[in-house]
Design a protein around this ligand. Structure first.
Ligand SMILES: [Zn+2]
Length: 285
């Protein structure tokens, strides 16, 4: 009798574990099929792309690595989308592909135009470039010869990327990215919060106007320099009309209709990790 009881207890335990396993598996899998209401969306954060492998590091990868990443992403059935596709899914009726992913490039480097843009055209995939306005402005004004390692895109190049339909432009501030302490908006100058807020608003609005004037689009996405924000800056960005903000915190975004598009998580893609290894940690979450 005692043995039988133990047997049933074991059966119940196995069943219970099965249910838990199924539930956790379900939660971690990307939604399948069209017309879903919820998706797990990884966002990848790239910066510079340089041919010189000696320069590879935390924020620099080679074009070969980028190409491998893109081929792997596509092989795994993921489809790169814009942040605005996510915004339109969340706040409007637009659908998303079965397995959405977002590839973001921060700071607006010329090497994105030089290497990432041709690769994106080759594979027909979407990406997001979020520029620091002052660098693009100065590059465009000076007309200086561009270098792979440090130059930024010009308005003309940015417009070409945007016009291709494959690149979306994000706002990464006009000139609030060069603070010594790497805390971006939180280092805004001003005697008090009111004055600081005024400076933040004028900086970001300046870049919105410049992008509108030179590229013909109005960014809906704001990328916090160094991922630094607080409640105050968050509210300011929302009031400026941005519909999504990107953080530097790692994690998978649970995107649902009517849900949240603020402070979206991103995975930084450093050099020195194989494509498979890097994405295994993301796709298997
Ligand atoms: Zn940046």
């Amino acid at each position: 009798m005692k043995k039988k009881k133990k047997f049933y207890e074991n059966i119940m335990l196995v069943l219970l574990m099965g249910v838990i396993l199924l539930a956790s598996k379900r939660a971690s899998l990307p939604a399948s099929g069209g017309g879903e209401e919820k998706y797990d969306v990884p966002i990848i954060m790239y910066h510079a792309v340089m041919k010189d492998e000696g320069r590879s590091g935390k924020y620099v990868i080679t074009p070969e690595v980028l190409r491998e990443d893109i081929e792997y992403i596509l092989d795994m059935g993921y489809e790169p989308v814009f942040i605005s596709d996510i915004i339109n899914f969340v706040y409007s009726d637009s659908p998303l592909p079965q397995k959405p992913i977002v590839l973001t490039f921060d700071d607006g480097y010329y090497n994105n135009y030089l290497y990432a843009y041709p690769i994106s055209k080759e594979y027909g995939i979407k990406a997001v470039i979020s520029i620091i306005g002052k660098h693009t402005y100065l590059q465009s004004e000076s007309g200086e010869k561009q270098a792979e390692s440090y130059s930024h895109v010009s308005w003309e190049q940015l417009k070409e990327m945007s016009d291709s339909g494959l690149w979306e432009v994000g706002n990464h501030t006009y000139d609030m990215h060069n603070t010594g302490k790497k805390n971006g908006l939180l280092a805004a100058s001003g005697k008090n919060t009111e004055e600081k807020n005024k400076n933040i608003i004028s900086d970001i609005t300046k870049l919105q106007d410049l992008i509108k004037e030179n590229v013909g689009v109005t960014p809906k996405t704001f990328v916090f320099p160094f991922g630094s924000y607080d409640e105050n800056t968050n509210a300011l960005i929302r009031d400026l009309g941005f519909e999504a903000t990107l953080s530097c915190i790692e994690g998978i975004n649970e995107i649902s209709r009517g849900g949240n598009t603020e402070l979206l998580y991103r995975y930084n893609r450093p050099a020195g990790v194989s494509t498979k290894e890097f994405f295994a940690g993301i796709f298997n979450k």
